[in-house]
Design a protein around this ligand. Structure first.
Ligand SMILES: [Zn+2]
Length: 374
């Protein structure tokens, strides 16, 4: 298994200086290499064969001209090159993603990745991690890495609030016995913009409204920020307030989604959900805010790995499956059902159905059919 674990990092003053320098060098080398690729392209754009033969500049090529690049972790620079290659690949695969952007000191995320080379990244004790160039850094290990986990790489980043975070990518051997689900131990979830989801047992999570409350405050503080004079001390203070509030909201939402997904993954052997294109949905129905802050996509990701760790399955069913329109009792299809109808009565078997619960049961049944346990 491969998984990333995130922790807070507490560098001392010297380490803080070096981290800032590394973020700067990574941004610099990324922008240099991007400019180089763009220049080479301009020069040979009319000669595709010659363009293919061209070699692009590497991080090492810049070290002579800019010797200060040698002061930082060279693997961080090498990873900047890999990131640029990936950005190009993504752009070629799907131009809608956009051409790689130059990184900006203020707008871009401060982050770099380094690799473990025979123990260059390792835990020294329960409060200390060894990192290339930085040496021993204070870490808050709020949870243990899996036993026998081998550290592959680490990504160190700084948030808008100034807090440091480290994401440690580890690989370990795990013996996971696959669990065979039954109809009883399978649950279906129907996405709901109001309450995140409704499940096939007719319950939905108690979605706390803290986000909306905090969001109202966030908006107020953001308006205040826009009125502050650029470059002023007050603006910087206000920017910190906004960043802190934003971070709090994001963390609360994550905690909530972790709790909900943990309960489901522990109580059921298989979970069935619809394959929703949430981005399109948010735009199409103008539900952007509720869809996004519900975080159904994030819930899906959390469920996926929490189930997989226990040998359980997440089943995704086709988004064209008419889960709302079928009567789960007799299978009759109601083609007239409109979005505003919250309950409806089946014309064939005369059962009165709650729109969301009926959809969740149908999603479960379709999942059971796919699993071969219907
Ligand atoms: Zn019916």
């Amino acid at each position: 298994m491969i998984k990333a674990f995130k922790y807070r990092l507490y560098p001392n003053k010297e380490q803080d200086v070096l981290l800032q320098k590394t973020f700067g060098c990574v941004r610099f080398i990324y922008n240099q290499m991007l400019a180089n690729r763009m220049a080479v392209y301009e020069q040979y754009r009319d000669n595709k064969e010659a363009l293919k033969q061209q070699k692009y500049a590497l991080p090492a090529d810049y070290k002579k001209e800019y010797p200060w690049l040698k002061e930082v972790d060279s693997l961080a620079l090498a990873n900047a090159q890999l990131n640029l290659n990936a950005a190009y690949r993504n752009f070629y695969r799907d131009p809608a993603i956009g051409f790689p952007n130059f990184k900006s000191k203020h707008r871009s995320k401060k982050s770099y990745t380094t690799n473990n080379q025979r123990g260059t990244i390792r835990l020294i004790d329960s409060k200390t991690i060894r990192l290339p160039k930085l040496k021993n850094v204070h870490i808050k290990l709020h949870r243990q890495l899996p036993k026998n986990a081998a550290i592959k790489s680490a990504t160190i980043s700084q948030k808008a609030t100034g807090k440091y975070e480290i994401s440690i990518l580890v690989e370990w051997e795990a013996v996971i016995k696959p669990i065979t689900p039954t109809i009883e131990s399978t649950i279906g979830l129907d996405y709901s913009s109001r309450s995140l989801f409704v499940d096939s047992q007719a319950s939905s999570p108690e979605y706390p409204k803290f986000y909306r409350l905090a969001e109202a405050r966030l908006k107020k503080e953001q308006r205040k920020l826009s009125r502050r004079k650029k470059g002023s001390k007050n603006r910087e203070k206000q920017r910190q307030i906004v960043a802190k509030l934003h971070e709090k909201v994001v963390n609360q939402r994550k905690d909530f989604l972790h709790n909900v997904s943990r309960k489901i993954a522990n109580n059921f052997d298989a979970v069935v959900i619809e394959d929703l294109n949430l981005q399109n949905m948010a735009q199409g129905l103008n539900l952007a805010k509720s869809t996004n802050d519900n975080g159904f996509g994030m819930l899906k990701r959390f469920l996926q790995y929490k189930l997989a760790e226990q040998g359980k399955q997440l089943i995704t069913i086709d988004k064209w499956y008419p889960s709302s329109k079928l009567c789960h009792c007799c299978g009759e299809k109601n083609n007239q059902l409109s979005l505003s109808e919250r309950t409806w009565t089946c014309q064939r078997c005369e059962t009165t159905l709650d729109r969301d619960v009926n959809a969740a049961i149908n999603i479960k049944l379709e999942g059971c059919r796919i699993l071969g346990i219907a």
